[in-house]
Design a protein around this ligand. Structure first.
Ligand code: FAD
Length: 384
């Protein structure tokens, strides 16, 4: 067992750090304040491979292990979890296309998505189907060599600003096995975008509803076979959960760094606040939680890379733990800043607002606990 990052992994981490410092850090606060979706940043990140980190090589991706991808998302999130999180969602969609699209669709969309020249959204959630995603109602009816899609999606990241939609829609009966997945060009006639949600965080990326009214897509835009869509969506989310967990680890690291620096500067009662043992212990607890969260994320990523039997459970455990711990760490960092933590001049309140949603999306942390307990009770076997 080797807990050290390899030389290559350190190089990826450094490349992500440099990119973040030059391309994201100077603008993150403005993107948040003005709700600017920085499309050009995804193009620049794409030139470094950050838009197809684990997408297949024959689709223009880097085909890196998931663990390596987490290093990139973690670095970006130290500064800007919102923009970093859109990189993760795009990577998830690009990976799905690279693996399961037909040869023609993969040849067209693969390189465009992996390079960040075009962006993708992942469209699973519906107004009436959130945690119970397998109950989705959007329907894709076969019509000769096309499918005709009708229905509505909710809370879609990037909606209205992306180029390709990976859409889960029902082609068969009720339940997970009746669902198929499609790559739908985002400007196909019949697609309409609802107004953007006005959100607490993740303000550098749009989130919104999408409706499909007799949207015709060629049959070869289906991913894999009919009925495989929900399985693909869940496989995408295994990696997506690690990625979001890595964003929480990164945001927590950013907050902890800021708190540590502040404790060395701020003086009260004639001393640095870092001299108070109560605060030293808080900082220690933050570091303990952060180290545990990071190791869980990396363990889950390596389990997924290895195709481990319990990989899905590890991804769920890492997502729940790291996003819960990450939020608490950032909240503690805000407390250590006193009133200054609450104002926009300092980045802590933005990190807190951005990280909060990580406990909700890509499966809520309650659903993560459903997955873990189901694995424990259904198989009655040890998780190892
Ligand atoms: C900013 C943002 C971006 C998003 N981006 C995307 C995206 O790009 N693509 C996409 O498809 N979706 C996206 N989502 C949707 C997200 O995945 C859902 O919001 C999430 O899965 C929860 O669904 P819901 O909001 O309908 O909540 P509900 O499912 O209605 O849950 C309400 C509450 O009940 C709890 N609950 C539900 N069922 C159970 C149960 N069985 N046991 C215990 N507790 C339960 C939940 O944990 C939650 O606390 C996004 C959401 C947000 C907020």
């Amino acid at each position: 067992m080797d807990f050290e990052l390899s030389e290559d992994q350190r190089a990826i981490q450094q490349a992500a750090r440099d990119f973040t410092n030059t391309e994201m850090a100077p603008h993150a606060a403005q993107w948040d304040a003005e709700s600017i979706f920085p499309k050009e940043v995804f193009g620049k990140g794409g030139e470094l491979g950050f838009c197809g980190l684990y997408a297949a090589e024959d689709a223009g991706g880097l085909a890196l292990p998931r663990l390596d991808a987490t290093l990139v998302f973690e670095e970006m999130s130290r500064v800007d979890p919102s923009t970093a999180a859109f990189f993760t969602i795009h990577n998830m969609a690009a990976w799905m296309v690279s693996l399961w699209a037909s040869p023609a669709v993969k040849a067209h969309w693969g390189p465009l998505l992996s390079s960040g020249r075009k962006l993708a959204s992942y469209c699973l959630t519906e107004p009436g189907a959130g945690s119970d995603a397998a109950s989705l109602k959007t329907r894709a009816r076969r019509d000769g060599d096309h499918y005709v899609i009708n229905g509505a999606k909710a809370f879609i990241s990037g909606a209205g600003s992306t180029d390709a939609l990976v859409v889960m829609a029902r082609t068969g009966g009720d339940g997970a096995k009746g669902i198929s997945a499609f790559v739908v060009p985002a400007d196909t006639p019949g697609i309409a975008y609802a107004r953007k949600e006005d959100k607490m965080g993740w303000r550098s990326q749009p989130t919104g509803g999408i409706s499909f009214d007799d949207v015709r897509v060629p049959a070869d835009h289906r991913l894999g076979e009919e009925g495989e869509g929900f399985k693909f969506a869940m496989k995408g989310l295994d990696g997506g959960r690690i990625n979001i967990a890595a964003c929480s680890v990164g945001a927590a690291q950013g907050a902890l760094d800021a708190a540590r620096a502040y404790m060395g500067e701020r003086r009260q009662f004639g001393r640095k606040i870092g001299d108070f043992q109560a605060l030293q212990f808080k900082l220690a607890d933050m570091q303990i939680q952060l180290t545990a969260a990071r190791q869980m994320v990396r363990l889950a990523a390596s389990r997924l890379d290895a195709g481990h039997r319990d990989a899905t459970t590890y991804c769920a455990m890492a997502k729940a733990f790291a996003t819960d711990a990450g939020f608490c760490i950032i909240n503690d960092a805000l407390q250590l800043h006193g009133g200054y933590g609450y104002i926009r001049e300092y980045p802590i309140e933005r990190l807190l607002r951005d990280a909060r949603v990580h406990q909700i999306l890509e499966g809520t942390n309650e659903i993560m606990r459903v997955l873990v307990s189901r694995a424990l009770l259904k198989t009655n076997e040890e998780i190892r």
